[in-house]
Design a binder for this molecule. Structure first.
Ligand code: F6R
Length: 610
């Protein structure tokens, strides 16, 4: 995830900015850059690769000055390269911008600027901001930035400076995190607290839609939209550096679970046109006509990514009526899959480096089948080798247990299903618009679930000594059960099985006896009554059942021991909500047992061996 650092004061800006960026390395990045106001004007340097590459370039020709902005980039629009690295400037290098997040309507603004004669040197959405500022500049960078922000839709954070006003930095937060530090005769911008901790512990945590104007004398805060002044309290940070890297959370996993509203919002980002309520996938190279020819899909992946595929299968089959088979990559690569001329293979991989998934991709390509990848890492092997790529914009996932990558993968699969439905005409524009509306509400609903953790915490405490438990569900609830069970196993080390509820009585019911914990998902209206019957079956054998139901469901509690409610949405979007408490449950069970949540035993984040 991109990192932003800015400095205005009396000290050497380059040193402070590079130092700050190094504290943001944990967020993951693929290139870095810096711009400083020197005595000769605005100067910048940027480089693909680690911060050390940038530092090497600066060695012979340091940027000397006391005002500057810097950035570590985690590629979204455009590959990792020197040109795409930030800061971006206008053609005369009078304005420099660093940016984290996504400008959803950048293409429209870019086209408008190109028509006015502006030329672009990068593939990024960020570069439009620099040109837009130059185009709109009225002699006051604060009012210009405010007007520019009104033009830009999306979830982003910005650091802005201009040679025209060398005693000011501007910071804007629209959804992507940004903080502003206050020192003695100096002020700082950072996308996270660790970047500033060495210099100040007094920070303003900007809220969505807030803008900060930084000078050596202090910081003024504004509503970015209206330009009205805002007063807010300084936050004094008493965390140490390790705590700060985890955003104050106890672990990266908990941080990443809590980042899901943002990850889902970013992944939908520019792919939903809010006016037409249709899905746009400009990154697909193939034509709509070609896409429409596919009538059979394999989804191939491992672990959690494969579980995301199981949800995707149901959604694609429901909306598009195209048969989808989900395969475990380590099996698929040694199979002899039956490809028809109109088969599409979709591989899903958070890291983009999983050996089995990569091998399956190569096998499919060798057979002449088109491969579309869904991955979180730009520049990864999977991204480079696939014919088509749809990125999840979840930001780097550090914890071994995948959370925000899963939800982002499911979002991409939903978007793909909708796009395919548009192209094939299997859903009406009204149906698409209704689904899009519901998808746009998901980040807020995930946020609601994240606030209600007490019941999950105490349930986790109650299972910490058990040897085994069961997850049961039907259709999409079964797909989510598989993921809930995997999460619990991998970080709490409690054995668990996920079962299609209707399958229990064909064998596994023999394991249900007094007090065996069963987690029963009953969020799918179509098969709700069948699910209740299955719950009654386990209750009759003495199981202790925690049920998951939709908000407003007063029935389930009559059958189970405890109920967790999930905000209502369309049935096939519910997995994106149900999975959140299951992740939290695994997390609390793991901490209750004293495990290392982020680094479970025997597991690695990226499985690059077979
Ligand atoms: C579980 C988990 C793994 C990965 C699997 C595939 O929490 O993270 O099951 O999902 O190893 O990894 P990627 O998605 O990187 O291919």
């Amino acid at each position: 995830m991109c990192g932003i650092v800015g400095y205005i004061g009396e000290k050497n800006a380059q040193e402070i900015i590079i130092g700050g960026l190094s504290k943001l390395e944990y967020r993951g990045y693929d290139s870095a850059g810096i711009a400083v106001l020197t005595k000769d004007g605005l100067a910048y340097e940027k480089a693909k690769g680690r911060l050390a590459v940038l530092e090497e370039r600066l060695e012979g020709k340091p940027l000397t000055g006391s005002v500057g902005i810097g950035h570590t980039r985690w590629a979204t629009h455009g590959k990792p390269s020197d040109e795409n690295a930030h800061p971006h400037t206008d053609a005369h290098a009078k304005f420099a911008v660093v940016h984290n997040g996504i400008i959803e309507n950048f293409l429209a603004i870019k086209e408008e600027l190109i028509a006015k004669g502006y030329t672009f040197v990068s593939e990024t959405d960020t570069e439009v901001i620099a040109h837009l500022l130059a185009d709109m500049y009225d002699g006051d960078i604060v009012s210009t930035a405010q007007r520019a922000v009104r033009r830009m839709r999306g979830a982003y954070a910005l650091g802005i400076m201009t040679e025209h006003e060398p005693d000011k930095l501007v910071a804007v937060r629209l959804a992507s995190p940004l903080i502003v530090g206050v020192g003695d005769g100096e002020s700082f911008i950072g996308s996270d607290i660790p970047a500033l901790l060495e210099h100040t512990r007094d920070v303003y945590i900007l809220n969505e839609g807030e803008m900060a104007v930084l000078t050596r004398e202090g910081v003024e805060l504004y509503n970015a939209e209206t330009g009205e002044r805002i007063e807010k309290e300084l936050f004094h940070v008493d965390w140490d550096l390790v705590q700060a890297e985890k955003g104050g959370y106890d672990s990266f996993m908990l941080k990443e679970i809590n980042e899901q509203p943002q990850a889902v919002r970013d992944t939908m980002g520019a792919r939903i046109d809010p006016e037409t309520k249709r899905v746009v996938l400009p990154e697909l190279k193939m034509s709509d006509a070609e896409l429409a020819t596919y009538d059979r899909i394999y989804i191939v992946a491992c672990g959690t990514s494969m579980h995301a595929g199981l949800v995707g299968k149901e959604v694609i089959e429901k909306l598009v009526r195209v048969p989808v088979e989900v395969a475990i990559a380590s099996e698929f690569r040694y199979r002899d899959p039956i490809y028809t001329p109109n088969t599409l293979v979709i591989v899903i991989s958070q890291s983009g480096e999983t050996a089995d998934t990569l091998a399956a991709l190569r096998e499919a390509k060798k057979s002449g089948v088109k491969v579309l990848a869904i991955t979180n890492v730009v520049g990864s092997s999977v991204a480079r080798e696939a014919d088509e790529v749809l990125f999840t914009w979840a930001g780097p996932e550090v914890a071994v247990a995948s959370t925000k990558a899963y939800t982002s993968q499911v979002v991409v699969l939903n978007l793909f299903a909708l796009y395919l439905a548009q192209v094939k005409g299997t859903q009406t524009p009204e149906q698409i618009a209704e689904i899009v509306d519901q998808m746009l509400q998901l980040p807020a609903k995930i946020g609601e679930i994240l606030k209600r953790t007490d019941a999950l915490r105490s349930y986790a405490e109650s299972i910490k000594e058990v040897n085994s438990l069961f997850f049961i569900g039907r259709s999409l609830d079964y797909a989510v059960s598989l993921e809930g069970s995997l999460k619990l196993k991998e970080i709490s080390y409690i054995h668990s099985e996920a079962y299609a509820a209707g399958e229990l009585k064909h064998g596994t019911l023999a394991l249900i006896e007094d007090n065996v914990p069963v987690i029963a998902l009953a969020t799918q209206p179509d098969i709700y009554e069948k699910m209740i019957s299955n719950i009654v079956e386990v209750k009759a054998r003495g199981a202790r059942v925690l049920g998951f139901a939709l908000e407003g469901d007063e029935e389930l509690i009559k059958t189970v021991d405890e109920v967790i409610h999930i905000p209502a949405t369309l049935p096939f979007l519910t997995p994106l909500l149900t999975v959140i408490p299951l992740q939290l449950l695994a997390y609390y069970a793991s901490t209750a047992r004293g495990n290392d949540v982020d680094k479970p035993r025997n597991l690695a984040k990226s499985v690059t061996v077979e």
